[in-house]
Design a protein around this ligand. Sequence first.
Ligand SMILES: C[S@@+](CC[C@H](N)C(=O)[O-])C[C@H]1O[C@@H](n2cnc3c(N)ncnc32)[C@H](O)[C@@H]1O
Length: 198
Amino acid sequence: MSARSTVIEVPPRFRVILGAWDAEIDERTIVLGPSHAFGDGRHESTRMCLQALASFAPRGGFRLFDVGCGTGILSIAAAKLGGEAIGVDIDAAALAVAEENGRRSAVEGRVRFATTWPDGTFDIVVANILRGVLAELAPRIVARLAPLGTLILSGLVSTDAPEIVARYAPLLAGRRPEIFERDAWRTLVWRLSARPSP
Ligand SMILES: C[S@@+](CC[C@H](N)C(=O)[O-])C[C@H]1O[C@@H](n2cnc3c(N)ncnc32)[C@H](O)[C@@H]1O
């Protein structure tokens, strides 16, 4: 480890390096440069997304759409798991940071960042944004999800979860999400390939 870096473990699959890193960049190492963009692996909302990706991403190739990519951490994680990712953000500075972090993490060929939303559908759609934005974007987010895809929504506190479930469930054939919790934070995961719970 460099004296100028911080290592953040996100078990079971990732470690995030903040700052300079001159050792091996392997398939669990995400390297992020200094920036004001959100997403350095310390916030529970990001950590739960990383853990959901590690648990639920298909083995082999998959395509991920990252809404509100910030530092690009979730797109980079998808690439580390063997996927390809497109991230969007309303913050142009964050997009530049995410591009640079893709290079630092040695996945620049497998991640792409843009302001405009891509066409088509994705095996995984992940969005770690505030409740109000998730509610507003619901139809657009669901439209990007493949029929047997996985949707991960984060950035929610416990009191936000019922509203977001009520907003998304009708758009997803009434399916209910799995709800993961850490302290006050909640992450909702719809796995459309899994058998619906009775
Ligand atoms: C909480 S950060 C998440 C960053 C990273 N994905 C993570 O999980 O740590 C939310 C990001 O969403 C972006 N954002 C907010 N509203 C948005 C919108 N309507 N469309 C796209 N991105 C948005 C913000 O600029 C910010 O970078």
